[in-house]
Design a protein around this ligand. Structure first.
Ligand code: ARG
Length: 517
């Protein structure tokens, strides 16, 4: 065995290497929210649209590589402010408030917001909006309109299509949105129509304050593309593409609506509807997981890739957590029993207090936006955040295990001539682990399921994968129930493996020293 603190120093070295590898090169990262045709929308798994074309042209002009980050709209500007993204191109309206936090390019489109309304309750004047439930996309100028012009709280949704779906389901009276995506929303919906402009706005690209070179490249690109007609051509092409997409989606949705009706019917008159239920289920399964999207991939791919991410993050975090847990537990219990390591013990206490005193989501966001903001790999960020978090809980579980071992064991080890660390590693820890294995297993299972919050940092895991399928197909049963089933199988398999390990350790007896040699 190596010197006293070598596990700690090895860990620090590993961390440093990993951080160095993650540091970003010359990449132009565009932050956006891709439910906003024709400016940005999904063609299969790829984000396309006018904004993407402009940003890609800027990247080419600078000789940088290019990447699009799809996130919630209310995260788009924060991504620029925090430096996570080089620019935000997301149909962003120039406003005085936003100007305080970011710099804007020259405008590239003149537009405005409108009301989307059910034809059954035609919209004529703004007075009609007062006191009604009004759906908006969270973080947009439509939200500001409801708050500041109507002096009321809007119903906030993740996207305009979601707000429209809610309106169709009778959950809000009107929706306010930018005109182009609004047109796309009412396309193929005979029950919906849109009003005249409520306000006029201009779109521009947002960059971090003071990036004058980048801003100059963006402005030049916009000017050139306006002059040679590329902006108009892109607008026309992407409007046509997104309209066609909407038509095919409407057809899909009609099928889902039938499917959903069949679900309800099946529950009511179970026997009569078993066959319809089965067909609807198969259709829904086909639509959600196997039907090929425009780019030739099927949506099930989100779940397959997502499962990979979930497993990778969970297992790496468990291992990292175990490592931290062992270290902290040994330090804490050595201090309590023998007064060793006062300084490290104090550090460990601070670590435990902070990690256990703040929510996991907040730790994840802080790691992503503040501590590791220059690290590119979101998987790595998630592993570190979850590993460090779980380490605190594992440390306390392991400490309980160590404390439960009779002090005579340590004395016996020392009397036999083993060093403190050797006795700890070879005699105390194996018994301690065996005693607390059920509690550790619990912690592993919680960690595995908790990774489902990584969607917050735009990492597509199993849960987020299901969510994306739901948002594309408007089908709720199949994606969510399938995701739940996959987690269940994952946890059951893991529980079974832990059970095996527990039995194995029980049968080998306490005499781990001899078994190890
Ligand atoms: N123009 C509006 C705003 O800036 C809405 C933009 C929403 N964009 C999007 N890609 N979802 O607030």
């Amino acid at each position: 065995m190596a010197g006293r603190f070598s596990p700690m120093s090895r860990f620090v070295a590993l961390l440093a290497t990993v951080l160095a590898l993650g540091v970003r090169g010359e990449t132009l990262t565009m932050a956006t929210e891709a439910t906003f045709p024709p400016y940005e929308f999904l063609r299969g798994q790829e984000v396309v649209g006018l904004d993407v074309e402009i940003a890609r042209t800027v990247a080419a002009k600078l000789g940088w590589s290019f990447r699009v980050e799809n996130m919630d709209f209310d995260a788009v500007i924060p991504a620029v402010i925090s430096g996570k993204a080089s620019l935000a191109a997301s149909g962003i309206t120039i406003t005085e408030d936003r100007k305080k936090n970011v710099d804007f390019s020259e405008p590239y489109v003149k537009t405005g917001i409108v009301v989307i309304f059910p034809k059954a309750t035609p919209f004529e004047t703004a007075d009609q909006l007062k006191g009604k439930k009004i759906g908006v996309q969270s973080g947009t100028t439509s939200e500001t309109y409801v708050l500041e012009q109507l002096h009321q709280e809007p119903e906030r949704f993740k996207s305009t299509p979601e707000a429209c779906a809610a309106m169709l389901a009778g959950r809000c009276a009107f929706v306010i949105a930018d005109i182009d995506p609004a047109k796309n929303c009412v396309k193929g919906e005979p029950a919906l129509a849109i009003s005249d402009f409520l306000s006029s706005e201009e779109y521009a690209i947002a960059v971090p304050k003071g990036k004058s070179d980048l801003l100059a490249a963006i402005n030049a690109t916009i000017r050139e593309a306006k002059a040679d007609g590329r902006i108009a051509a892109w607008l026309a092409a992407y409007t046509a593409e997104s309209d066609a997409l909407k038509d095919s989606e409407s057809a899909d949705r009609a099928a889902v609506a039938e499917g959903s009706a069949a679900f309800v019917g099946a529950i009511a008159g179970l026997r009569a509807s078993v066959r319809a239920f089965w067909t609807a289920l198969c259709d829904d399964f086909y639509l959600c997981f196997f039907k090929k999207a425009a780019d030739g991939s099927s949506r099930g791919l989100y779940l397959v890739k997502g499962l990979g991410v979930t497993i990778e993050v969970a297992f790496a975090a468990i291992v990292l957590g175990l490592f931290i847990g062992f270290l902290v537990a040994v330090i804490r219990s050595s201090h309590d029993k023998y007064g060793y390591f006062s300084f490290l013990n104090a550090l460990a206490k601070v670590y435990l207090t902070i990690i256990r005193g703040t929510p996991m989501v907040v730790q994840l966001l802080i790691t992503y936006y503040i501590i590791l903001r220059s690290v590119d790999s979101k998987i790595l960020i998630a592993i570190l955040a979850f590993g460090i978090n779980s380490g605190a809980y594992q440390a306390e579980i392991l400490r309980a295990g160590i404390v439960s071992i009779d002090p005579g064991q340590m004395e016996a080890g020392r009397a036999l001539g083993l060093s403190y660390w050797r006795t700890m590693l070879r005699i105390i820890l194996p018994q301690a682990v065996r005693n607390v294995l059920p509690a550790l297993g619990n912690e592993f299972i919680v960690l595995m399921k908790d990774t489902s919050i990584v969607g917050y940092i735009a990492l597509i895991d199993l849960a987020k994968g299901g969510d994306i399928i739901r948002s594309q197909t408007y089908s709720v049963y199949t994606p969510y129930l399938t995701v739940a089933a996959i987690y269940l199988v994952l946890v059951m398999t893991f529980t079974w493996l832990l059970g095996k390990l527990e039995r194995y350790l029980r049968n080998t007896g306490a005499d781990v020293v001899h078994n190890n040699s």
